[in-house]
Design a protein around this ligand. Structure first.
Ligand SMILES: [Zn+2]
Length: 147
């Protein structure tokens, strides 16, 4: 019921936004018979409030979603688990080390990989300062997984 709260908050934000906007439209139109100024004010104010509320709530949903994704990625990285947890792609085996950096780094930041010595290197650097290469490290971890 409370799985993927971020996605649900985003959906809720959209629904709430449309409901609020729709309600203020209806109320505004109903008030048009009495006072046009109040009617227009209710419609404009209501739509604005609906938009801002939806935007804030949607941002919150994205925040929750992103932090959950980062946490899951860190967990997988710490456990040397390169497989995605989603059963949608069960048979995919990572062959190219470039894929790991893509999965474990954010869209904005530079893609990185973590060496066995603990150093974090950007993907454009293929050899760590300790002498291990990116390919050695990934091959080593894949080997450990099969044991
Ligand atoms: Zn190293």
């Amino acid at each position: 019921m409370f799985d993927h709260p971020g996605k649900k908050v985003q959906t809720l934000a959209s629904v709430l936004s449309v409901l609020l906007g729709g309600a203020s439209l209806v109320i505004g139109v109903l008030l048009a018979g009495t006072d046009v100024l109040i009617s227009v004010g209710v419609i404009l104010g209501g739509v604005l409030v609906a938009y801002v509320t939806g935007l804030l709530l949607y941002s919150l949903g994205s925040l929750v979603d992103n932090s959950q994704e980062i946490r899951d990625s860190l967990f997988r990285l710490e456990n040397g688990d390169f497989e995605p947890e989603e059963p949608a792609t069960p048979a995919v085996r990572p062959e190219k080390p470039e894929r790991e950096g893509r999965r474990f780094s954010s869209d904005e930041g530079e893609k990185t990989w973590q060496c066995d010595c603990g150093a974090i290197n950007p993907n454009r650097i293929k050899t760590c300062s300790c002498g291990r290469s990116l390919y050695e490290v990934v091959a080593n971890r894949l080997g450990q997984q099969e044991e």
